[in-house]
Design a binder for this molecule. Structure first.
Ligand code: HEM
Length: 176
């Protein structure tokens, strides 16, 4: 009898030794973590925002100004050499507070040609005073934009009328 009691108590003593208590605590904690991760419902990532409908239209300087990223849809357009690009994808550059936000909703030709992050407030800038180097620089930017961004249309000179595009799927049209 006494020997069984002795064995029980020595087993109990060993089990409750500080080292074992710490190990037991670790095991219980790990089991808890494993079980919890097993039963935890995985929260699905938020679905990406629906793609913006493509804008295809010619705009005047005044109309272009509305697309500076502060509108309800956050769309950002800019023009280079008379071509309007949808640069919404580059919102971190052109959106409000971005390093190149001065170009948002503007004709960026002069700024890009001269290396100044600023756009004038002219109704229409014919940039006829630019040097050959500046013209070449603006052309390079235009090429870069053509590769990266969608073309929206042409920047209209005063008196010019907008072209009707067959792939015209604008929000303006839809709401008409
Ligand atoms: C100290 C001078 C400058 C530095 C360090 C600089 C740096 C940069 C960097 C790191 C990017 C991002 C490139 C990327 O992630 O694809 C960028 C983009 C850009 N930079 Fe600059 N930049 C400078 C001056 C200028 C100037 C003077 C202009 C024009 C007037 C300019 C126009 C732009 C534009 C338009 C973009 C965006 C291009 C796009 O939409 O992909 N930068 N710049």
């Amino acid at each position: 009898m006494a020997s069984t009691e002795g064995a029980t108590s020595s087993f109990w003593d060993e089990l409750t030794s500080p080292v074992n208590l710490v190990l037991i605590a670790i095991i219980v904690y790990l089991l808890y973590k494993i079980l919890r991760s097993h039963f935890e419902t995985v929260t699905p990532a938020a679905p990406p925002p629906p793609p913006m409908p493509k804008l295809r239209k010619d705009l005047t300087v005044a109309e272009l100004k509305k697309y500076d990223g502060t509108g309800p849809d956050g769309r950002v357009l800019l023009a280079v050499n008379g071509v309007i690009f949808d640069v919404t994808r580059g919102k971190r550059f052109y959106g409000p507070g971005g390093p190149y936000s001065a170009f948002a909703g503007r004709d960026a030709t002069r700024g890009l040609a001269t290396g100044q992050v600023a756009a004038g407030d002219k109704e229409y800038d014919d940039v006829s005073d630019l040097t050959a180097d500046e013209i070449a620089s603006a052309k390079e930017w235009e090429e870069q934009f053509r590769e990266k961004y969608d073309i929206v249309g042409r920047l209209l000179k005063p008196g010019e009328t907008p072209k009707i595009y067959s792939d015209d799927e604008t929000e303006d049209k839809k709401s008409q």
